[in-house]
Design a protein. Structure first.
Length: 167
């Protein structure tokens, strides 16, 4: 049993060290607020991106019964996220043409937070919707299967000569 506690103790020591290191760093709330205050939210192109994000989110919620539209939303979101690095490189190269400051760092933090993050949320909404639709279909199919079994049993009982009242 001692051979198991050694590695486990080491894992706990590492976790405690990481926790202490995180406590010494700047709190997450301060990082988020710093990001919010660093961005000029009055720039038209940022407002357009945020408006498109809002419209896409509302569309993903309001079209929950239309699987084709949901699929298109999912595919579109996945493609934009896939192209995020390319879009970040283009933004870094041409930012003076459309922006007051350069938001496009090499790691793509701005593009991830403002574009990819909300798109992942949209994709999550679509996936949850598909899961709910599949669950509903499974219940419907199982119900039909049970109804079919009851009908077959009633026919079998009737064919055996017993009287059964069918409602």
């Amino acid at each position: 049993m001692d051979h198991l506690t050694g590695p486990l103790d080491e894992v706990f020591r590492d976790l405690k060290k990481k926790w202490r290191d995180m406590q010494e760093e700047e709190p997450l709330w301060d990082i988020i607020m710093g990001f919010i205050h660093a961005v000029d939210w009055t720039e038209n192109w940022i407002r357009i991106i945020l408006s498109c994000q809002l419209v896409l989110f509302i569309l993903s919620l309001s079209t929950r019964r239309r699987s084709i539209i949901q699929g298109l939303i999912f595919f579109f979101s996945a493609m934009v996220i896939f192209l995020a690095e390319t879009l970040n490189n283009l933004g870094s190269k041409y930012w003076p043409l459309f922006s007051k400051q350069d938001y496009f760092d090499p790691r793509g933090v701005f593009l991830t937070a403002v574009v990819s993050g909300p798109l992942v949320l949209d994709m999550l909404v679509v996936l949850v919707n598909y899961l709910l639709m599949c669950a509903a279909l499974l219940v419907k199919a199982k119900r039909q299967e049970l109804i079919q079994k009851v009908r077959q049993n009633k026919k079998k009982v009737v064919s055996d000569g017993e009287r059964v009242k069918i409602e």
